[in-house]
Design a protein around this ligand. Structure first.
Ligand code: KG4
Ligand code: ZN
Length: 340
């Protein structure tokens, strides 16, 4: 089955063409990502209206580059899989209308899939040995969620953040250190340049199962203010990274004990963090599965993969005909424990 994946939920317009054969490793034929980071930098975050307009320009372009690189044109595609939600409504609408127009004009099957679910299953793309059930941790700029993944479409929420996402904690701290948005990876790089720090941050939310970063954010902001221009930036970055990582590790370690599941699959932008990977792999008895770095951040390969899994299973997302799929609207909020 040849699948065209389309992603447009936030500030990346992406298209991938993949070949999916049951029981075989996914073959990625092309993977195109057009990032809007430069456009939003000046505002310190994503501006929804600008992002939507940019998707409108970029969608036809990324799809035609994906076709060119794969040497495959739309006529040969069997399925178009796109992000139906969650995300910024205007951005989702651009991808939704574009995917539907392509499907109608070329008479193709359509799957509208969940972006967080796509992240959650993305470590399966390159790790064929990963089997259900596993603990799935999604850590990105918008999400910090831990699930027991029992099967396709069967997810049990273990913990989610009650305030900020882990990526936001990284980005806001990086901003306080004077780094450009999104500064998470830059902060991590600076932190990794040294091996210790004289600055200490408190352990947060130790007695509850949920994730929370707002108390830590206040402590970080106070620490940076206190140290001012005399503080050592690398040491500050080091303490911040250690504090965010250990806030995540505590909850995951607790869940591995509580549910007796030692397979952990991590996804989302923050899952690229070296220290997070190191510390997760250090949890007793854990078998850690990661996605390759391009698949950690937003991409269309994971969207194509998930749409393909549903199509293979013969699942029509609760719709009886292609006609109904065309009527499905985007969902800016869409928890994956109630998928339909
Ligand atoms: O998954 P993603 O591309 O977008 C969302 O769906 O949110 O994740 C982006 C987030 C940003 O907050 C970025 O700063 C963070 O992932 N990030 C990192 C690293 N690389 C990306 N955070 C910490 N360490 C990294 N190496
Ligand atoms: Zn994402």
């Amino acid at each position: 089955m040849l699948i065209l994946g389309i992603e447009s939920s936030c500030d990346e317009t992406a298209a991938s063409i993949v070949r999916m054969v049951k029981g075989q490793r996914l073959e990625v034929l092309s993977e195109v990502i057009s990032s809007q980071v430069d456009l939003h930098k000046a505002y310190g975050g994503v501006v929804p209206e600008l992002a939507a307009r940019e998707h409108l320009h970029n969608l036809p372009r990324v799809v035609s580059v994906a076709e060119e690189r794969a040497g495959i044109s739309i006529e040969s595609i069997d399925l178009i899989s796109y992000t139906r939600g969650p995300g910024l409504k205007g951005c989702l609408l651009m991808g939704d209308r574009f995917a539907k127009a392509l499907a109608i004009t070329n008479g193709k099957s359509l799957q509208g899939v969940n972006h967080v679910e796509a992240h959650l299953l993305s470590p399966m793309i390159d790790n064929q040995e990963l089997r259900f059930p596993f603990l799935g941790l999604v850590v990105s700029g918008g999400h910090t969620e831990l699930y027991i993944v029992r099967g396709l479409g069967c997810y049990e929420l273990v913990a989610r953040t009650i305030d900020d996402a882990a990526g936001e904690a990284f980005d806001k701290s990086a901003n306080l250190l004077g780094m450009e948005y999104p500064g998470g990876a830059k902060l991590a790089l600076l932190a990794d340049s040294i091996g210790s720090s004289r600055y200490k941050l408190p352990a947060v939310m130790t007695e509850r199962p949920e994730f929370s970063f707002s108390g830590l954010k206040t402590a970080i902001s106070l620490m940076i203010k206190r140290e001012g221009e005399y503080g050592d930036r690398a040491e500050l970055a080091y303490s911040i990274q250690e504090a965010i990582v250990s806030a995540i590790i505590r909850k995951v370690a607790f869940a591995t004990e509580r549910y007796g599941i030692k397979e952990i699959a991590i996804s989302g932008g923050v899952s690229a963090n070296r220290r997070l990977r190191e510390e997760l792999a250090n949890i007793k008895g854990v078998n850690l599965f990661c996605a390759r770095s391009l698949l950690c951040t937003d991409n269309a390969t994971m969207i194509a993969f998930l749409g393909g899994l549903y199509e293979q299973q013969g699942d029509d997302n609760g719709c009886s005909a292609q006609f109904d799929r065309l009527k499905m609207e985007v969902r800016a909020r869409w928890p994956i424990i109630q998928l339909n």
